[in-house]
Design a protein around this ligand. Structure first.
Ligand code: UDP
Ligand code: MG
Length: 340
């Protein structure tokens, strides 16, 4: 495989690394240093790094453009505005040309050095090697707890098996990414979509580090929206809750009917306005919640039916094969002169 692509004028790299970046200027220098080293150790110089600027408002875009100027292996995708992590990642996956695609976050919570062992694991015949967190350094208890329960609830209601405690940190084969690229849904929960694709997949347990610098870009609102996308993308079970509850309440009503008749014949005076108002409120509440559940689905159908593109690209900075070859030559001369 490797030889085939090297003879192919180096157009298709062995490895693409895809990283969505939103206001990550403070981590980028360290990310670049560690990532380039990890890639060079793993595959030599035959790789590209696709950095997606997701509408950042800090120095991220300028830094990325500068990195591209300095190193043509760095490809930069600039989105027209902030589209969110999952769409930024989708944009990067579409642009990535490599045979194997490595996805990680910009903030160095997922150690780039794990690339090598993950490639080894993939070499055993897997299409996807996904990072599974065995610990998470310095994240809030709320985040850890909510994510813990989220994955357990998700797995109870969705039809496919979405591995617990995973993020988008993973290594994927070209054929998996090709299929992801054809999936048109706008509400994307990529780790679930990867499970849906199938093929041999294996977990790779790792310790999730602290964010290197800056703050989390996942607000509570973004987390909730991702959770809702996850559930609605893979299950229609919530829509059926109404039916189940309908039966339960109908049965309860039956029992109450019998009870009322019995009480009437036994001659008790029935006041019961409190019971009634509680029941009315309860039923009203349940109905509103279930209407809301349907609204979540209908809203998604509506948005999808517009058939809009998933994201808008402002610019893509990518070196020509000739620039790549020239810079490779430069590096080789440089390394042989430093060796001498
Ligand atoms: N991110 C993005 N767009 C967003 C939010 C986040 O591209 O709207 C990127 C962010 O730059 C990072 C990754 O998604 O590379 C994960 O975000 P973050 O580390 O803030 O999330 P956390 O690890 O706290 O869940
Ligand atoms: Mg993070």
């Amino acid at each position: 495989m490797q030889d085939l692509h090297q003879s192919n004028d180096d157009v298709t790299p062995i490895l693409s690394v895809v990283i969505p970046c939103f206001n990550e200027a403070s981590v980028l220098p360290e990310l670049r240093r560690r990532l380039i080293r990890a890639c060079e150790t793993a595959v030599g110089s035959d790789f590209e790094i696709v950095l997606v600027d997701d509408g950042s408002t800090d120095q991220t875009r300028e830094l990325l453009c500068q990195y591209h100027q300095e190193d043509p292996r760095i490809v930069v995708v600039i989105l027209a505005r902030n589209h969110g992590h999952q769409l930024a990642l989708s944009a990067g996956l579409k642009v990535a040309a490599g045979e194997k695609i490595f996805v990680l976050d910009a903030d160095l919570q997922d150690p780039p050095e794990l690339l090598m062992p993950m490639l080894d694991r993939m070499g055993e015949g897997y299409d996807v090697v996904y990072g599974q967190r065995i610990s998470r350094a310095a994240e809030t208890t709320f985040k850890k707890r909510s994510s813990h329960y989220f994955y357990r609830i998700l797995n109870r209601i969705v039809d496919i098996n979405i591995p617990k405690d995973t993020g988008d940190f993973r290594l994927m084969s070209r054929r998996v990414v090709n299929i992801l690229n054809t999936m048109p849904e706008g509400d994307r929960f990529i780790r679930g979509m990867v499970s849906w694709v199938g093929y041999p997949q294996i977990s790779f347990p790792y310790h999730r580090d602290e964010r290197f610098a800056g703050e989390t870009k996942y607000s509570l609102r973004k987390m909730l929206s991702l959770a809702l996308d996850a559930i609605t993308s893979f299950s229609t079970v919530p829509l059926a809750i109404a039916t189940t509850l309908g039966f339960i309440f109908a049965a309860l009503a039956g029992f109450f009917g019998i009870y009322t008749v019995a009480v009437y014949f036994l001659g008790y005076a029935v006041e019961g306005w409190a019971t009634l108002s509680v029941l009315v409120l309860l039923l009203g509440g349940v109905q509103l919640i279930l209407l809301g559940v349907q609204g979540e689905y209908i809203g998604r159908i509506y948005m999808q039916s517009k058939g809009r593109p998933l994201y808008v690209v402002d610019n893509i900075l990518r070196a020509t094969p000739r620039d790549l070859a020239a810079s490779k030559q430069d590096r080789q001369t440089h390394s042989s002169s430093t060796d001498a």
